[in-house]
Design a protein around this ligand. Structure first.
Ligand code: NAD
Length: 508
């Protein structure tokens, strides 16, 4: 009987670049074994009590209850809307209310007919993968998303080890999160889930142990909950602010951190453009994902005179051939309380198009800034861009990579392209340790120097042009032959990680 073909896991597929680079630098075999798997994989569960919900009736159910008298709910703001049309029923909604409930259904004028669904205890699967700490404390984002898995968090944690090495910040790599869709939970419930997550993880984290940050589905508000829960009851809690980064600037966050990942993407694009004699002003840009990374990248590129001609997100795509008004699009997504999904869909300053049409648009630069594995072989075949600048982690599959290379479309790989976030996270952590505050100009100056010098080293490794300039020195890293840019970035990361094992030795 033919043996079933082994389907590679996301981790195995992502580690192909690692193995290719490790072979090329003839990595010390013990170091290779040490870092090809994570140090620790933590899987645990968190439970919370959820609130009662008002779930919209479907048309048939509604018809059967068409004569249900309307209920007068005075404290309308006590019904918290969720992205799926459900409302969280806060108890104060019942104060002074004049209510009729029939068969568990309520009719609220202006909102509709709803079944009251009882809340109660719920369980969520949680993860924290600590990949490597030889260069410093574990560091990496927390993702709240329905597709979280051990395999995915392993992949993203390893990426953080490579990224912190490339950015030359004294951290290791980690990633974690909780498997749920935050759009379907109230703010209070998300706070409770976050507090419980940190309660369980507390002994494994700390400013010198493991330092979380925001990622997909999390933000500065969630970092504040994490910091509070971690420092609660500690005598010197002010000295522990560096336990998380990506905080609001008013509570120990850094100027420039909110946009740092997008800013780093743009510094990389600037270097690519300088190399290619390409003008960013007037360039046509496609952006996928309009959350933290996508929106900041689009704003900064637009400020440089580029035209963001289309943006795709989880709920739609918007297109304007002459260029979208990015500031207005940001307002539409971030400042409109009715836009619960924070989606570009419904933006009136452009035309809605399909995702398939988005990939095939004529443009110069594509910035994927959503989830992984979006640019597979067939998508890569359709692209009409010159550059893919990977704002997201792992947006290109191996097949996609092969097609891009064959079609001579340049790639700036994720582990340098989106390293701006973790670099400024390091500045935030430093400011927390020193009780300092830096200006946005200081932050960006340092970020630009770091990103551009390491970008130049990777370019030299790729072309095999070892050199020393006032900005960078690539002599130690070139390997005597040209390689593709993704492998070059990995070579830089592995040489920096390996140096620690070779110079410090192994603790026994
Ligand atoms: P976010 O939650 O702020 O935004 C995610 C965006 O992606 C949203 O606009 C969402 O609608 C969109 N999206 C989700 N699924 C999609 C799909 N199937 N198709 C199209 N769009 C989809 O997340 P973020 O923090 O901006 O992170 C985006 C990417 O950048 C992730 O890959 C993340 O790991 C990576 N990243 C983030 C940071 C950071 O500092 N936040 C740093 C480095 C890398």
């Amino acid at each position: 009987m033919a043996k079933a073909a082994h389907r590679k896991s996301i981790y195995e597929e992502a580690m192909e670049t690692f193995h290719r680079a490790a072979d090329l630098i003839q990595m010390n075999p013990r170091v290779r074994l040490e870092i090809e798997e994570p140090d620790f994989e933590h899987i645990f569960y968190v439970t919370i009590e959820t609130r009662d919900r008002l779930v919209p009736l479907d048309a048939v159910e509604r018809k059967a209850l068409g004569d249900l008298p309307p209920s007068g709910v005075k404290a309308g703001d006590a019904l918290e809307p969720l992205a799926d049309g459900t409302f969280i029923l806060h108890r104060r909604a019942l104060l002074n209310a004049d209510i009729t409930i029939r068969q568990g259904v309520i009719n609220i004028p202006g909102k509709g007919f709803f079944r009251i669904e009882k809340g109660g205890p719920r369980k969520f699967k949680a993860y924290r993968v600590q990949h490597n700490q030889v260069r410093g404390p574990y560091k990496g984002g927390i993702r709240y998303h329905r597709d979280g898995s051990l395999d995915l968090f392993k992949t993203l944690a390893a990426d953080m080890t490579w990224k912190t090495a490339i950015a030359e910040v004294p951290f290791g790599g980690a990633k974690g999160g909780i498997r749920f869709d935050p759009m379907l939970y109230s703010r209070e419930e998300i706070e409770a889930i976050t507090l419980r997550y940190v309660y369980k993880l507390k002994s494994l984290m700390g400013p010198f142990i493991d330092i979380p940050a925001p990622d997909v589905g999390t933000n500065a508000e969630i970092m504040a909950y994490m910091m509070r829960q971690y420092t609660d009851g500690e005598r010197e809690h002010h000295s522990l602010r560096g336990v998380v980064t990506g905080k609001d600037v008013r509570i120990g966050g850094s100027e420039g951190r909110l946009k740092a990942t997008g800013q780093g993407v743009v510094y990389c694009i600037e270097e690519w453009a300088r190399d290619r004699g390409f003008q960013i002003k007037g360039a046509r840009v496609l952006v996928q994902g309009f959350g933290n990374v996508g929106s900041a990248t689009a704003e900064i590129l637009a400020a440089h005179g580029a035209k963001v001609v289309a943006v795709n997100d989880a709920f739609g795509t918007i297109h304007a051939d002459a260029g979208l008004d990015v500031d207005a699009l940001v307002k539409h997504c971030q400042e409109n309380p009715a836009n619960l999904k924070r989606t570009v869909a419904g933006f009136t300053g452009g035309t809605a198009i399909s995702k398939a049409d988005f990939w095939a648009l004529d443009a110069d630069i594509l910035v994927p800034a959503a989830l992984g594995d979006e640019i597979d072989g067939p998508v890569a075949e359709q692209l009409k861009v010159r550059l893919v600048a990977e704002g997201a982690n792992g947006p290109t599959t191996r097949d996609g990579d092969r097609v891009l290379a064959a079609r001579k479309i340049d790639v700036i790989p994720d582990i340098i392209c989106n390293a701006g976030g973790v670099t400024v996270s390091y500045y935030e952590w430093l400011q927390n340790q020193r009780l300092e505050r830096w200006t946005e100009a200081e932050v960006n100056q340092r970020l630009e120097r770091t990103i551009k010098s390491n970008y130049a080293i990777i370019r030299d490794i790729a072309r095999n042009t070892p050199q020393r300039t006032p900005l960078h020195n690539s002599r130690r890293y070139c390997i005597g032959q040209p390689v593709d840019v993704r492998t070059a970035a990995m070579v830089l990361a592995l040489k920096r990680v390996e140096a620690h094992y070779l110079l410090e030795g192994f603790s026994q």
